[in-house]
Design a protein around this ligand. Structure first.
Ligand code: G6P
Length: 610
């Protein structure tokens, strides 16, 4: 969704802003803009465009003025269509103030009416423009004070960056519910809504918390609360690496990330298992181990792919622990009238750590006294900060909008958490040791599937003419069927529906004919025979079937149209092998169709609106 980048230092600002915007592109957006200022003569460059950042870049000319600070934005439309006028930065009546904003100003209509009465002229349909005029309305001779006053009047969420020509060499950033991270360079500051925007310049960062504001100026940064009371913060060092060749030779980030999965698994388990004792060691959960021992029920809450990780977690925890386990979409959980107590644990699963509904769900759970845990990839993100304790994926940045490596990472870490809880509550050392042994073999199993990518590519090509797909699986493989269908629809815009295989007879079977193929996750395990029965039912109705099956299974090749063979592991881990061919199938299918795989239409990497 929307992205912010701003820079103040000694370098030519516009190229830095453009590069930062490009690094934010993966989040999903539909227009972009920048405002940069030359502090000597207060000349400025104010550019906006609809579409890709490349369109904005075309507007930057060689003879444009040199700017030494500025702000920029990628906009994902909420209030008003994606037009140049609605693109950020927005300005006030004087045209001297420029402001970019992530989030939503909920009381913008009443504020706008008041401002119009005071003589302000609005040109856009956005909620953001209100904030620009509100600051102008409060501006006397102190810029910080005007921003502070304006922010105290708004309801809703914001991450903002604002500059004013009359107050040169000053950028004010502030947050409430929408991230702002300040990168500290050599005599320069580069702040953004996402570390990826500036990781090339610095890995020293300061995270703003809600209702905090920072004034970035020459070699100086002042952080305050919204009453302008100063707050001291030390920079933190983050371990994400910057690489020039980010795609590492792969055509898309998504493909690179699929191929990174053996490494992702290794990173997820590194230093986190005690082999001989058949138990995991998760430093992030240690402060709450006592509370975890007393839990009766655990609920996973998440969205999108992270929801399917939670769904897998439900089956997994039921197998390894004695807890009652539940899973819910964060967007639904937050509105349920749940009876939660201190014996409830709620696990918020989120790659970005910023998903608005997941955040709202965890706040609701906290309010009701539950222990709130996080399983998050982005270090320092809001969900990571607001949970009582948690575990990081340590999977590095995921750029492809359609999540792949983080799904597998989340599922591996769920195994480690289940192992920890299980071993504290009755799981035998033998079961623990067996699980760890197999987890350690996962990277090898995943590699074996990746080596078959050409064969999977051929299957994808064969099915290109089809426009509808059913994905089925049972028990632990049901979430995998759902995730496989999600991957295909997200990036290829082809209809794909995931279903528990047993439910197929209660509806979807009526869709089956020769034009409606099914992808069946049918590896060996205790539901295999039942899966074969479902496949036979499809074949009896002329449906085509692609099966994901266990290497060495000769029988299934005689029943289905195409088989993708995968190595066998224990039931619990088999889904993490089975999901790989489904990711590759979706990827190649979308690539053959020429889709914008890393940035699918209408989707955003981090969904920060509810
Ligand atoms: C968006 C992304 C998905 C992601 C979901 C949840 O829909 O496009 O890839 O799974 O948000 O995001 P989170 O960051 O909370 O895991």
């Amino acid at each position: 969704m929307c992205g912010i980048i701003c820079y103040i230092g000694n370098q030519n600002t516009v190229p830095i802003l453009i590069e930062g915007l490009k690094r934010l592109e993966y989040r999903g957006y539909d227009s972009a803009g920048l405002a940069a200022i030359n502090s000597e003569n207060t000349g400025s460059l104010y550019l906006k465009s609809v579409g890709k950042v490349a369109e904005l870049e075309k507007k930057v000319k060689k003879d444009n003025i040199y700017c030494d600070y500025g702000i920029a934005h990628t906009r994902w439309a909420t209030h008003g269509k994606p037009t140049e006028i609605n693109a950020h930065p927005h300005t006030d009546c004087t045209g001297k103030l420029f402001l970019v904003h992530n989030g939503i100003i909920e009381n913008y209509e009443s504020l706008k009416n008041e401002l119009i009465k005071n003589g302000h002229k609005f040109i856009s349909d956005t909620d953001t423009e209100v904030l620009a005029h509100l600051i102008e309305d409060n501006l006397e001779d102190n810029f910080e004070e005007a921003v502070r006053k304006a922010l105290s009047m708004v309801e809703g969420t914001f991450g903002i960056a604002v500059v004013h020509k009359d107050f040169p060499r000053k950028i004010i950033v502030a947050r409430r519910g929408s991230p702002i991270i300040i990168g500290i360079g050599d005599n320069e500051y580069i702040a953004a809504s996402d570390i990826n925007a500036f990781i090339r310049y610095t890995n020293k960062v300061i995270y703003l918390n809600d209702d905090e504001m920072a004034l970035l100026s020459d070699n100086n940064i002042t952080i305050t609360d919204l009453d302008l009371k100063e707050i001291m913060k030390e920079p933190e060092t983050i371990d994400w690496e910057y690489s020039e060749d980010e795609k590492a030779g792969f055509k898309h980030f998504m493909l690179k990330e699929i191929f990174e999965q053996p490494k992702t698994v290794e990173n997820a388990i590194r230093g986190r298992v005690i082999d001989g004792e058949g138990i995991s060691k998760l430093g992030g959960l240690e402060p709450v181990l006592d509370r975890m021992l007393n839990l009766k029920r655990l609920t996973f809450v998440s969205c999108g792919t992270s929801f399917y990780a939670g769904l897998y977690g439900k089956y997994l925890f039921e197998m390894l622990t004695d807890l009652d386990v539940d899973v819910d979409y964060a967007s639904e959980f937050r509105y349920r009238n749940l009876k939660l107590s201190h014996q409830d644990g709620v696990v918020a699963i989120s790659q970005s750590g910023e998903t608005a509904d997941t955040l709202a769900a965890l706040r609701e759970a906290k309010r009701k006294g539950a222990l709130v845990l996080g399983l998050v990839n982005v270090v320092g993100s809001t969900i990571a900060k607001e949970t009582d304790a948690g575990v990081y994926c340590h999977a590095g940045p995921e750029i492809g909008v359609a999540s792949t490596k983080i799904f597998v990472s989340q599922c591996v870490i769920l195994n480690l958490i289940a192992l920890l809880l299980g071993r504290m509550r009755g799981l035998s050392i033998f079961e623990g040791i067996t699980l760890i042994k197999e987890i350690k073999k996962l990277p090898g199993y995943i590699n074996t599937v990746l080596e078959k990518s050409n064969a999977i590519r051929e299957v994808a090509q064969k099915y290109l003419p089809y426009e509808n797909f059913l994905y089925i699986g049972r028990h632990l493989n049901f979430p995998i069927a759902m995730e496989g269908a999600l991957k295909l629809k997200e990036i290829s815009y082809v209809h794909a529906e995931g279903y528990p295989a047993g439910e197929m007879k209660h509806g979807p079977i009526s869709l089956i004919d020769e034009k409606f193929p099914t992808v069946a996750v049918a590896t060996n395990g205790f539901t295999y025979e039942k899966m074969v029965s479902n496949i036979q039912e499809i074949k009896a109705r002329n449906g085509k079937v692609i099966a994901v099956a266990t290497e060495g299974n000769k029988e299934i090749g005689n029943i289905v149209d195409d088989v993708i063979y995968v190595p066998e592991t224990i039931d619990i881990l088999q889904p993490l092998v089975n999901v790989i061919p489904l990711q590759l199938f979706a990827y190649y299918f979308a690539d053959f169709k020429g889709c914008d795989i890393d940035k699918p239409r209408n989707l955003a990497k981090s969904v920060t609106v509810e």
